[in-house]
Design a protein around this ligand. Structure first.
Ligand code: 13P
Length: 288
């Protein structure tokens, strides 16, 4: 079913798992991302940046997600990642995305609340879910860099006020993760996550999932993380394989010989991540 963030995260809350939110960097990799979820018997959140949505065309992402959700019988959410501008959000909603993120984390709290609330009002009228953000996640997003010294962890008291006033469906929190961290792994602040989870009742979201140590994932899920973003790892898998295949293949050979292995590499990453996100300690149980 082509569905919403609210729907898939509330099921994840009941069964204590997290839903993988994977950034689609092009249209080629999209079908295999959804097939990976099907093979793991799991819902999937496909997310795109505004620039990728514009490059491919919002309607094209919507069409593929909708048709594959029906054909493959997988719950698929199509989510707009990190939007800071109401018009971008409105465009995604009007063109059929089922979930959007308004990122007002760079704004003073009151302004973040006011702008997020306006997005929620519009989105909910159209049956679309909204993710808000409090605190700053490190690294680079949409060309804006947040250095170590500029990182601000989410304040639990602010989180209570923010969730109550905005009525968001999910909250992205800053507990030490960084966008685009590939080679090293980050130190996540689990005690802070516990504090936030104890005082707010919406699903919590991890950004910068590539830089999270896989051993920490169960602890994050057990403390309220219901949406887990992974972007860079897919990008690296696709690009590395593309470098290999394009290097080896004759220019006159059909392009699919180069592209299929790249999509397969992404599919393997998505399958592996989902197997951890299901939060079952003995993974052989679900892979059998
Ligand atoms: P990574 O690219 O670091 O995995 O982060 C993805 C993300 O959080 C998208 O918003």
């Amino acid at each position: 079913m082509y569905t919403t963030l609210k729907e898939v995260t509330s099921k994840a809350e009941q069964l204590n798992y997290t839903v993988g939110a994977f950034n689609a960097h092009n249209l080629e990799m999209l079908p295999d991302m959804i097939r990976a979820a099907k093979e793991q018997g799991s819902p999937i959140i496909i997310q795109t940046s505004i620039d990728t949505a514009k490059y491919i065309g919002h309607e094209n992402f919507v069409a593929v997600c909708k048709s594959m959700a029906t054909k493959e019988m997988v719950d698929v959410v199509l989510h707009l990642d990190h939007a800071r501008n109401f018009d971008d959000i409105k465009e995604a909603i009007d063109k059929g995305y089922t979930s959007v993120m308004f990122d007002g984390s760079h704004l003073p709290l009151k302004e973040n609340i006011m702008k997020t609330r306006a997005v929620v009002e519009y989105a909910h009228k159209h049956g679309v879910s909204v993710e808000g953000e409090l605190g700053t996640i490190g690294g680079t997003e949409e060309g804006i860099h947040v250095g170590e010294d500029d990182k601000v962890y989410t304040n639990p008291k602010d989180a209570i006020e923010f969730v109550k006033a905005t009525k968001v469906d999910a909250l992205a929190i800053a507990i030490g993760t960084n966008h685009g961290q590939y080679k090293s792994k980050t130190q996540v602040n689990i005690p802070l996550l516990r504090e936030i989870d104890a005082v707010v009742d919406v699903p919590l979201v991890i950004h910068g999932g590539t830089g999270v140590n896989e051993q920490d994932i169960h602890e994050l899920i057990n403390n309220g993380i219901r949406k887990f973003n992974v972007g860079t790892e897919l990008l690296v898998a696709w690009t590395r394989k593309a470098k290999e295949t394009f290097e080896e293949t004759k220019e006159t050979k059909s392009l699919r010989h180069n592209i299929i292995p790249c999509n397969q590499a992404v599919k393997e990453v998505v399958k592996h991540k989902i197997s951890i996100f299901r939060n079952i300690e003995d993974r052989t149980l679900i892979l059998r």
